[in-house]
Ligand binder design. Structure first.
Ligand SMILES: Nc1ncnc2c1ncn2[C@@H]1O[C@H](COP(=O)(O)OP(=O)(O)OP(=O)(O)O)[C@@H](O)[C@H]1O
Length: 682
């Protein structure tokens, strides 16, 4: 895969991505979490790269979102779904859903959404999902009881890369291996030529060790499973609760995980425990055994009347014999019994019958008082026990690693499936929470089997000869500042260019927000919060938010330039503009807006301009511009009652007009002051 062909991926980023095992899969799947594991790639960059890779795949080159408000609206649309994801992975992955101008991309996401709707996002599944995270690879693992040895410099370099967890040693001959065998519990020799040599210790000649990594360093696999135990268990539960088909036998996986301790060693083997305890307890057991012997002897000596003939005593003294000799002669039986007691104690305490011979040698039958252990024999016993312990542990690890090896890949699949389910459930919940429907796209020239690439499209007219724009029926924006249940459904349709008039706070901004949101969501491939939506597939969204007051000359000029670019730009565009008149004086604004509308009309863009000057703009516009209105149906207790759905072809009456009318009606003043004011509106 040519990574550098992806927009925004230079040679440096491509090198970083190549350090991942599965860059291609991650790009293909939009796996932002995996991409962000590449060194120096932040999650934001990873999401952008994943998006650009998808764009490239669908020939989606232009950026759909052309203004700050358009980008903001996308952020809000995305949040509606992201907030419903349980895992960070899904939230990141959802960032690869972007509003696209490509029919194939929209269709791809729509198919995903359709499959997502099959799943039921129950609280139980979501609870289990909370424990699922992408799997981690063990880092900084060191295995100190084993080394890999070779006599060949090239193999040495290869081994260093293949077995970073163990020490790799360069040896010249069998003697070198013998020395290593004294320092390490196990020596893995990589060269065939050392096979058959008789070397003391656990020396294994494995020329094919590079293909048997799990056997040489089972710790790597075991640590992988130990580190990921919780995530795997959670992913298994997700599969069960969601009724997903798992990538492996979950009972076998659970059983394997059960056999592991947190630090990746094997749990619950009696032999290993015994050997471990014996090594750990050896010093204490030896000194207790000494005490047992000495206590017995002390007691025996104390209770003994030693009768010794004068001649014997003399001869002993003359020979320079010490009192030990007395033990030999007079207390031989007691001494033997004491040594036997010490040995028994040690044997019982260590409980390693295979080593009883060595245990016995810890105490010799040489009469001394106090009795002392044989340092060298105890050291030897310690060495042997440690080696046996390590061998046993290594065997157990190798056996468990062999059992788990087949589960390594399915484990990855299992977790990915659970995480992907979270993405699907987030979409399903979003669709359910906002009563969404799948939008219908009106076909454009170039749509169809061959013509779906962005470049081949041209703006078209719908069957009835009008510019297809969009129709929203029963649309309810989840972005309003009222509870979703309280949102009044809005019907609104636009074909070509329209002005939207209406009373203050009637919902004009909310209406174009709804239109923008519906288009962004639809072109992301997502369902939309409405009863029915039909739209043409746009190439770009320009949404000009309301400016905060009159602009100075420079800012005004910049805004006009933006419109200059906009009316000259190519493609099928949706243009939403909120109260552009506020950028300069009302009279000038109306004329400027009229000119912009004329250009957009010629371009056959779809546009909605919210304005309090709709009447003036209409008068200044050379074509018959559509004016829609959000009307007040009345004033009740000073509160406007509004029909939130704009009425087509109607210039809405303004709030001041309504208030003057109310005053005129209330006063019943015939031709009086309020009537005169009211007449000014006619
Ligand atoms: N469909 C709706 N359902 C319920 N409430 C709505 C709806 N549309 C708008 N509102 C409420 O009306 C308020 C004002 O809406 P909005 O700002 O869109 O009006 P506006 O006509 O653009 O106002 P202005 O003329 O002051 O710019 C919103 O904050 C919201 O509380």
């Amino acid at each position: 895969m040519d990574l550098e062909a992806i927009q925004g991926v230079g040679s440096k980023t491509a090198d970083r991505l190549r350090q991942l095992d599965d860059a291609e899969r991650a790009l293909e799947a939009g796996d932002v979490a995996a991409l962000a594991r590449a060194p120096g790639i932040t999650e934001g960059t990873a999401a952008r790269i994943a998006r650009n890779a998808i764009r490239q795949r669908h020939g989606d080159t232009e950026d759909f979102l052309r203004t700050d408000r358009a980008r903001e609206l996308y952020g809000e649309a995305l949040s509606l779904v992201q907030e419903r994801a349980v895992t960070e992975y899904a939230r990141k992955r959802l960032e690869t859903f972007y509003p696209s101008a490509s029919a194939s991309r929209i269709a791809e996401v729509q198919a995903f959404v359709e499959a997502a709707a099959e799943h039921d996002p129950t609280p139980e599944v979501r609870e289990a999902l909370a424990g699922v995270e992408p799997l981690t690879e063990p880092r900084d693992l060191r295995v100190r009881d084993r080394c890999v040895a070779t006599g060949d410099a090239e193999t040495y370099a290869r081994a260093e890369a293949a077995f970073p967890e163990v020490s790799v040693e360069l040896v010249e001959d069998a003697t070198g291996i013998g020395e290593l065998a004294r320092g390490y519990s196990t020596v893995v020799v990589l060269d065939e030529r050392f096979a058959g040599l008789d070397i003391d210790g656990d020396v294994r000649v494995l020329p094919d060790a590079f293909d048997r990594v799990d056997e040489v360093v089972p710790e790597r696999l075991l640590r992988f499973f130990a580190d990921n135990r919780e995530r795997l268990a959670a992913a298994a539960t997700v599969h069960e609760r969601a009724g997903l088909d798992p990538a492996c036998d979950l009972d076998v996986l659970r059983d394997g995980l059960e056999r592991l301790t947190d630090d990746g060693t094997v749990k619950g083997d009696a032999d290993l425990h015994r050997l471990r305890d014996a090594v750990d307890d050896l010093d204490v057991a030896v000194s207790t055994a000494e005490s047992v012997a000495n206590d017995r002897l002390r007691e025996a000596i104390q209770s003994q009347d030693v009768t010794i003939e004068g001649a014997d005593l003399l001869s002993l003294v003359e020979q320079g014999a010490r009192v030990d000799s007395l033990l030999e002669t007079e207390l031989a039986d007691e001494f033997d019994a004491a040594i036997a007691a010490a040995r028994d104690h040690l044997a019982d305490a260590l409980a390693v019958p295979d080593y009883d011979d060595l245990v016995e040698q810890a105490f010799v039958e040489e009469p001394t008082f106090p009795v002392e252990h044989q340092e060298e024999a105890v050291n030897r016993l310690r060495r042997e026990l440690k080696a046996a312990r390590d061998r046993r542990a290594a065997t157990l690890k190798a056996t468990l690693a062999a059992d788990l090896a087949d589960l390594r890949d399915p484990a990855g699949t299992l977790v990915r499936a659970a995480l992907d389910l979270d993405v699907e459930l987030a979409v399903a919940r979003y669709a359910a929470d906002f009563d969404c429907t799948v939008p219908e796209f009106v076909e454009r020239d170039g749509d169809g089997a061959e013509g779906t690439s962005a470049g081949s499209r041209t703006a078209s007219r719908s069957g009835d000869g009008t510019d297809a724009g969009l129709v929203v029926e029963g649309g309810r924006s989840p972005l309003l500042d009222v509870d979703f249940e309280e949102v009044d459904p809005v019907d609104y349709g636009v074909e070509g260019v329209a002005l939207l008039s209406g009373v203050n706070s009637g919902g004009k901004t909310s209406t174009i927000d709804l239109v923008g949101l519906v288009v962004v969501l639809a072109q992301m491939g997502l369902p939309v919060p409405a009863e029915r939506v039909e739209l043409r597939r746009f190439d770009a969204l320009h949404y000009q938010a309301k400016s905060q007051g009159t602009l100075d000359a420079g800012a005004f000029e910049a805004t006009l330039r933006e419109f200059g670019d906009l009316v000259e730009g190519p493609g099928v565009r949706l243009v939403l503009v909120d109260e552009l008149e506020s950028i300069t004086e009302p009279g000038a604004s109306a004329r400027i807006i009229a000119g912009i509308l004329e250009s957009l009309h010629e371009q056959r863009a779809t546009a909605v301009f919210v304005s309090h000057l709709a009447g003036e703009i209409r008068d200044a516009t050379e074509f018959d511009v559509q004016v829609d209105g959000i009307e007040a149906v009345g004033l009740v207790d000073g509160e406007l009652q509004v029909n939130r759905s704009p009425v087509k072809g109607r210039l809405a009456r303004s709030t001041p007009e309504l208030i003057v009318e109310k005053l005129a009606d209330d006063a019943g003043d015939g031709d009086g002051f309020y009537r005169r004011l009211l007449a000014k509106f006619e």
